[in-house]
Design a protein around this ligand. Structure first.
Ligand code: SF4
Length: 336
């Protein structure tokens, strides 16, 4: 049985301008110790879906339907108190900006000790030892001394390491990482991704990595779900997404990431156009206003995610015939 199973999840918000369909019937699962990358532009629904798993959209009066099962528990039916217990203990989350999660006025040691004592029956001294151990594990030099520093005394990369220590201190089964490296420079970003990958394999933690950058999930993920306008439009193993992508939006994302062998003067190709409004979605395929391959068959309805028969486990939501998609991708790749 999967550790996390999300089935047909939809999340809507009532706003003054109308109903925002932020997440529209997505399904995915994550096994113990596995890493899933959820990739999409801002407004694709990738963060809202994960905040809903954590129970954090309830306070925003979200209308939620579908199913979320975690380790045998029905999270949509769980009480607010049960969810509070699960958060930070069985499921932990890290965000792009550690300063928004760390209190600026308290030493990190105090914050780490509190994070342990909320969920575990430990003395202060035991919790402090555990905090020092975790700071060492995430690569903070001289953790016995640095535990008594304030958040602002760390660099951005070191602060993100502190956040990872805080997230993992209670040995959660699942870590949700929402754009954890976006604010960091490229070298530090690579170090943080290495760290997440190392801890995932050492501690056996499952990871959901949310990002706009396919390059980031290339480092960490086993499987990838690509989201657009609140829906998953392609889902497969990482190897398949990079070798045999089938959706025009995924092709656009792949062409917009820098590669190590990309010449410095070669321009990356951003996807033309903007993501659609989630209040009034375009008729038919949500991607059609930006899709160079649109045709009449794209207009009657948004294509559902359907299995690619030639590729078990691979799903794509596009009406183009499989042969045509293969042909287009071969051409795009030859021009890369
Ligand atoms: Fe493009 Fe049509 Fe496929 Fe949508 S269904 S991605 S518009 S070809």
């Amino acid at each position: 049985m999967a550790l996390l199973e999300v089935r047909n999840l939809s999340v809507q918000f009532e706003t003054d301008d109308g109903v925002v369909q932020a997440v529209d019937g997505i399904s995915y699962s994550v096994d113990q110790g596995q890493a899933l990358g959820i990739v999409g532009e801002s407004g694709s629904g990738k963060s809202v879906s994960s905040l809903t798993v954590m129970g954090l959209t309830r306070a925003r009066n979200a209308r939620i339907s579908g199913e979320i099962h975690f380790d045998g528990k029905d999270l949509l039916a769980a009480s607010a108190e049960d969810l509070r217990q699960i958060r930070g203990n069985e499921i932990a989350m890290i965000f792009q900006d550690p300063l928004s999660s760390l209190h600026p006025f308290y030493k990190i040691g105090k914050q780490l000790v509190e994070a342990v004592q909320v969920h575990q029956d430990m003395t202060k001294a035991q919790a402090r030892d555990r905090a020092i151990e975790m700071l060492g594990l995430v690569g903070i030099p001289d953790p016995r001394k640095r535990i008594d520093s304030y958040p602002h005394e760390f660099s951005g990369g070191m602060r993100q390491r502190v956040m990872i220590a805080m997230a993992l201190i209670n040995d959660p089964k699942l870590l949700i990482a929402d754009e954890p490296t976006t604010a960091l420079d490229v070298t530090v970003q690579a170090q943080i991704l290495d760290l997440i990958q190392r801890l995932q394999s050492e501690l056996g933690t499952a990871v959901v990595m949310i990002t706009h950058d396919l390059g980031v999930v290339a480092e960490v993920a086993d499987d990838i779900a690509v989201m657009y306008a609140g829906r998953i439009i392609e889902k497969a193993t990482k190897e398949t997404i990079f070798a045999k992508p089938q959706h025009p939006y995924t092709w656009g994302l792949l062409k917009s990431i820098p590669r190590l062998d990309t010449p410095r003067d070669q321009e990356l190709v951003p996807i033309a156009g903007r993501p659609p409004s989630l209040i009034v979605k375009p008729q038919g395929c949500s991607f059609h206003p930006r899709c160079p391959y649109r045709h009449d068959a794209c207009l009657p309805q948004d294509p559902p995610l359907e299995p690619v028969p030639q590729d078990p486990g691979h799903g794509v939501a596009c009406v183009l015939a499989h042969d045509r998609r293969e042909q287009i991708w071969a051409e795009l790749r030859s021009h890369a």
